[in-house]
Design a binder for this molecule. Structure first.
Ligand SMILES: NC(=O)c1ccc[n+]([C@@H]2O[C@H](COP(=O)([O-])OP(=O)(O)OC[C@H]3O[C@@H](n4cnc5c(N)ncnc54)[C@H](OP(=O)(O)O)[C@@H]3O)[C@@H](O)[C@H]2O)c1
Length: 434
């Protein structure tokens, strides 16, 4: 039986998970591939460090470029992360004619086009299933099983840290800062959590999903991005009273002329399947024709789920090598679409404000929304009882779909009124007009 030799760049959480998956099913995988997959070498930062996986049969080295270009390695697995040494090593491996498997969303989102062109030039695969959704197969389905479809939208909960925090806020009513500290203590959030809570991680993943879904070159800088830190327990409670749950949604939508790409906290109707994706689980909802609605659900991170995705890619790439270099990747991304600006985003909106509790205020504000073409789907008015002498009421509006420009113009007009004390928070909603 032929042997296909694997070199790892990095052997941390994901690298160890992938190695463990290959080892646990070694014989069955060899039968499925028609060749033995043999991990031979791994480049790491510290060769003496204790590993979560048995490395007895593996040569450990700190020379990353040597592993990336070694003559005795057929497939290179990049699981270092970032766009420094990881990018250099992937370029070196592809240039040396080796197929590459990576779980690095930042690398694919920022430099994917350059790397796909390089893979194409050298007739090798560049596979990246682990880069989005951890263990959930979504890259292959979008690139093959759904490829006969016209995708209307892809909507994902694709960041486990923010979903853990929002699920806990919904359950316990605790504040964002407290739950972030708890997530950090449990290892679900990094000590510098900005990549997750500010939506950068989800924006990288959305870029990759959009490239696949719409066969077009887009960059992560084109994603309109907002994080979750402004959501308060009051917003969570009000949303729940109105029948919604907060989720950080990554949305890529075909708007005809333009593509809409955004990552932001959204109110999701509690009857929608995405509203029930909780804690560290991820889900990706695809609406396309002719297939209709499809949802992919599973664990979005961690050694075992992501190791499964990376090992699956290694097997795909190895099969292709066994068949004389037939390729599954790279995919096209040849189209060019304009991306909508923030003002052009179309959504329904949640607006929470404090106003004077006086006759005619509600009608006046509704009139302002109407004059900007914004139609109201739901409204909730509550008298503020903390200080009755202040005579204030809290108003929550849920609008029908409109443009962000219309909402901003309405709020600018309202903000100038004496009756409006403050506009507390504004969020997008999903599925109100579905
Ligand atoms: N963690 C997840 O659940 C998850 C899920 C999906 C995708 N990903 C992606 O997978 C990739 C890896 O993430 P991870 O969580 O596995 O990271 P990790 O646990 O920090 O592991 C990184 C590995 O890279 C090695 N490394 C770092 N710098 C190096 C260098 N200059 N030269 C050689 N080796 C170096 C480290 O060596 P030492 O072990 O010696 O320190 C370590 O083995 C990232 O792109 C990440 O975004 C992660």
């Amino acid at each position: 039986m032929k042997t296909i030799r694997i070199g790892f760049l990095g052997l941390g959480t994901v690298g160890s998970g992938a190695l463990a998956a290959l080892t646990a099913e070694r014989e069955a995988i060899a039968r499925r591939v028609g060749a033995e997959l043999l991990p031979v070498r791994a480049a790491v930062r510290d060769t003496e460090r204790h590993r979560a996986v048995d490395t007895t049969d593996l040569e450990l080295t700190t020379d990353t470029m040597a592993v990336a270009t070694a003559d005795d390695i057929d497939v290179v697995v990049e699981v270092i992360g970032g766009v420094g040494i990881a990018r250099e090593a992937v370029i070196a491996a592809l240039s040396a004619g080796k197929s590459v498997v990576t779980a690095n969303k930042e690398l694919i989102a920022k430099h994917g086009l350059e790397l796909f062109a390089l893979a194409d030039k050298h007739h090798v695969d560049l596979a990246f299933e682990g880069s989005v959704g951890g263990g959930i197969p979504i890259i292959q389905p979008l690139g093959s099983g759904l490829t006969a479809n016209r995708v209307k939208q892809v909507v994902g909960i694709i960041n486990g840290t923010t979903n853990y925090i929002l699920s806990a806020m919904t359950r316990s009513g605790q504040a964002f800062d407290d739950l972030l500290a708890e997530a950090q203590a449990k290892g679900y959030a990094e000590s510098d959590p900005s990549a997750d809570i500010d939506g950068h991680d989800a924006a990288y993943k959305l870029t990759i999903l959009a490239m696949l879904a719409f066969d077009t070159a887009v960059s992560e800088e084109q994603v309109c991005r907002e994080g979750i830190s402004s959501i308060t327990p009051a917003d969570i409670t009000l949303a729940r009273n109105l029948g919604y749950r907060f989720k950080l949604l990554a949305v890529a939508k075909d708007r005809g002329e333009k593509l809409e790409l955004r990552v932001s906290p959204c109110l999701v109707p509690e009857t929608h399947p995405l509203a029930n994706v909780n804690d560290v689980f991820n889900a990706i909802f695809v609406e396309a024709a002719p297939v209709g609605q499809v949802m992919f659900y599973g664990r979005g991170a961690g050694a075992d789920p992501t190791g499964s995705a990376v090992a699956g890619d290694i097997i795909t790439v190895a099969r292709n090598l066994g068949r004389g270099g037939q390729r599954s990747y790279p995919l096209g991304f040849s189209g060019h679409r304009t991306v909508a600006t923030v003002d052009e985003i179309e959504s329904s909106y949640y607006v929470r404000m404090r106003v004077a509790d006086r006759v005619g205020v509600l009608a006046e504000l509704a009139g302002i929304l109407g004059s900007h073409g914004v139609s109201i789907a739901q409204v909730l008015q509550t008298r503020i009882t903390d200080d009755l002498t202040a005579g204030l009421a809290e108003l929550v509006w849920i609008t029908h779909d409109t443009t962000e420009a219309n909402i901003r113009a309405s709020l600018a007009t309202m903000d100038g009124l004496d009756e409006v004390v403050d506009i507390c928070n504004v969020f997008r909603c999903f599925g109100v007009d579905a």
